[in-house]
Design a protein around this ligand. Structure first.
Ligand code: SAH
Length: 243
């Protein structure tokens, strides 16, 4: 796990022996389950360390020291797939509460297994679409941090994610490549859903040099009740436009 250890250090994270053991086990289970379930196209030992584990941990660059120390820190990962970025973040912040949300039941089977293997507590796997789960009182405006990687374009994602975030909390979208246009197009959606663009932060790590960004959005007002709209609508008819 040397690549992960070195990269994490650059993020200011010193992984403990326990955390390293957990990441190793996560790798083994991911590759072994991947033979039966289609979980990821990245299976090489070095690549999983950087493109999955380290990449997930870069979300901490969006958080202040104070936020990281906050008691009752809660995270929801929208469209988590095989657990990215949610599980690596949980390994780094063992005290946090984590909800892993995905619409695919087979992903949930793997996630349940990995939670048991890694002996994680205060983690809940929810099978469902963000469009529906975001209207449930237990989940709506109930998280300090909402994260999502590789799920939808930014205007759509903002509608799916911001309703989960409590006021004063943050939504961090992990994005890759050309994102300027997406960010301009998302400004209306951010405004309508009660957010404010805080910062677009480029990830400056030699291990991840392929233009990766964190789009950091603060939740400043409640999201109107009607959002997110019905399943599929946020993707088919995104709220697009500059303010
Ligand atoms: N975040 C992971 C997986 C990305 S693939 C990673 O970066 O590796 C996208 C995942 O989002 C899929 O597992 C898909 O089932 C899930 N997904 C897509 N739209 C969703 C929605 N509206 N609600 C919940 N999950 C969704």
């Amino acid at each position: 796990m040397q690549k992960l250890i070195d990269g994490a250090q650059k993020l200011g994270i010193n992984l403990s022996d326990k955390q390293i053991t957990q990441f190793k086990l996560y790798y083994q289970e991911l590759v072994s389950w991947n033979k039966k379930f289609n979980l990821t196209t990245i299976t090489d030992y070095q690549e999983v360390q950087t493109k999955h584990f380290l990449d997930s941990l870069t979300v901490v660059l969006a958080l202040t020291e104070e936020e990281l120390r906050q008691p009752g820190f809660s995270i929801i990962d929208i469209g988590t797939g095989a657990g990215f970025p949610g599980i690596p973040l949980k390994l780094f912040l063992p005290q946090s509460r984590l909800v892993l949300l995905d619409s695919k039941a087979k992903k949930a089977t793997f996630l349940q297994h990995i939670i048991e293997q890694l002996e994680l507590s205060h983690v809940e796997v929810v099978i469902g679409r963000a469009e529906e789960t975001a209207h449930q009182p237990l989940f709506r405006e109930n998280f300090t941090l909402v994260v999502s990687r590789a799920v939808a374009s930014l205007p759509t994602l903002v509608e799916l994610a911001l309703p989960f975030c409590h006021i004063g909390g943050k939504f961090v979208a992990q994005k890759k490549g050309k994102i300027e246009q997406e960010i301009v197009e998302a400004s209306k959606s951010i405004d309508v859903l009660g957010g404010k663009l805080n910062q677009v932060k480029k990830v400056e790590l030699e291990e991840l040099s392929d233009r990766r960004y964190l789009v950091i959005i603060d939740k400043i007002c409640p999201s109107p009740e009607k959002y997110p709209r019905r399943a599929g609508t946020p993707a088919r008819h995104p709220i697009i436009g500059a303010e």
